[in-house]
Design a protein around this ligand. Structure first.
Ligand code: ATP
Length: 374
């Protein structure tokens, strides 16, 4: 078991900066997910933790010990690559036992540990099968088994479910999380899929252009995004942003959008005039004839018990998730009310969230703007 800490870790490839001075602590036993679009620096960060890439500057600590210069094999961390990277000429037993045989572990012990691992992964009945005869999911379990059997201090996984279809991915997410809970080892998992991240993680770091934008439990990031980027990356459909010009300041409890007064959580910081954006998640929008903010229905997508209705407003298009039994017509004028506990206000120029009563509920770990993680 291990606590992993990265301190001011930066990685340059020539003149290109792939990771820009990240600092964070991944507590022992955490399921930690690095989330972000392709090219944001997730894999590079993971490879530096594994010891497969040397940071240009900064330190990597494992249980408080500086391992920055230590080679990968000496870090006691298992890197689960694309799970299909198995040895095709070996059977399941041979694949899972391979790392132990490399370490010179006695044959009887290898046999016993392989059998235990296979039982844990529910593939005990497949031990003598060639891996080429396995389904995609079982191959992934074997690849996981090869990592688990070493009993490493931590697991690093890079988009391990990327090649699977949606239904199977969902199943494997549940299995991976369940496995993590049984093993209790620190897991660092990289993905660009926010649903995967939200469903498995204890803590998520959202990355963008080599910078960690926000770091915290999934619900904190979802409910109290530190930036418009994070708000937009999480949620399906993502958070709506209603653009408006205004002057807001400490103590304000309402904003004016297109002449309509909209209650917001009390602001905790002063802010001059300028472009602002009100952030509201689709599920926090309600149609209310008495609401002063108005819009026109331009489309609806049926989702089963709910529907996603798109409404054109003076601040831009807004999506509302409402019950399907509310009949909506294209062109219909509707009043829009928001659950104020779910509202965020952003400085539209910087994309940064303005502090409000919402943020008093739980500490939000801001990364943008150079605030460091503990
Ligand atoms: P993906 O999911 O596409 O792998 P990522 O977020 O994991 O994305 P990284 O693989 O960490 O991103 O890459 C970050 C940036 O660094 C990318 O622009 C990539 O092209 C660049 N990069 C990564 N490795 C190298 C390298 N060895 N030489 C030059 N540039 C590199």
């Amino acid at each position: 078991m291990a606590e992993i800490r990265i301190e001011n870790v930066r990685k340059e490839f020539g003149s290109f900066v792939a990771v820009q001075g990240s600092t964070l602590t991944i507590e022992d036993g955490t399921f930690f997910v690095m989330l972000g679009p392709s090219g944001c620096g997730k894999t590079t960060t993971l490879r530096m933790i594994a010891g497969l890439e040397l940071p240009s500057s900064g330190r990597i600590l494992l249980d408080g010990e500086d391992v920055t210069m230590r080679r990968a094999a000496a870090r006691d961390i298992a890197f689960v690559f694309q799970m299909y990277a198995l040895y095709p000429h070996m059977d399941v037993r041979g694949n899972i036992g391979f790392p132990l045989r490399c370490q010179g572990v006695p044959r009887a012990e290898v046999r016993q540990r392989v059998a235990e691992t296979a039982r844990l992964l529910r593939i005990g009945h497949l031990l003598d099968r060639p891996v080429s005869a396995l389904s995609g999911g079982d191959r992934q379990r074997v690849a996981l088994g090869r990592a688990i059997v070493r009993e490493p201090k931590a697991f690093l996984m890079d988009e391990p479910l990327g090649a699977l279809d949606t239904e199977f991915r969902h199943l494997m997410c549940t299995e991976l999380r369940d496995l993590h809970d049984r093993l209790g080892a620190t897991t660092v998992y990289v993905t660009h899929d926010q649903l995967e991240a939200m469903s498995m993680a204890d803590r998520i770091a959202v990355m963008r252009h080599g910078v960690i934008e926000q770091f915290g439990p999934p619900q904190d990031l979802y409910d109290r995004p530190a930036t418009m980027y994070v708000a937009d990356f999480l949620g399906s459909p993502p958070m709506n942003f209603l653009a408006f010009q205004g002057a807001v300041g400490r103590g304000d409890r309402r904003v004016m959008i297109d002449g309509a007064e909209v209650p917001v959580p009390e602001l905790r910081e002063d802010r001059g005039e300028g472009p602002l954006a009100l952030g509201v998640r689709p599920e926090h929008v309600r149609f209310d004839d008495a609401a002063p903010l108005r819009g026109e229905v331009v489309g609806a997508e049926y989702m089963g018990t709910t529907q996603i209705v798109t409404v054109a407003t003076a601040g831009g298009a807004l999506k509302a998730r409402i019950p399907s039994n509310r009949v909506v017509r294209s062109g219909e004028r509707v009043g829009l009310a928001f659950r104020s506990a779910g509202l965020s206000l952003f400085d539209a120029a910087s994309g940064r969230a303005l502090r409000s009563a919402l943020h008093d509920l739980a500490p939000v770990e801001f990364a943008a703007g150079g605030v460091r993680h503990g």
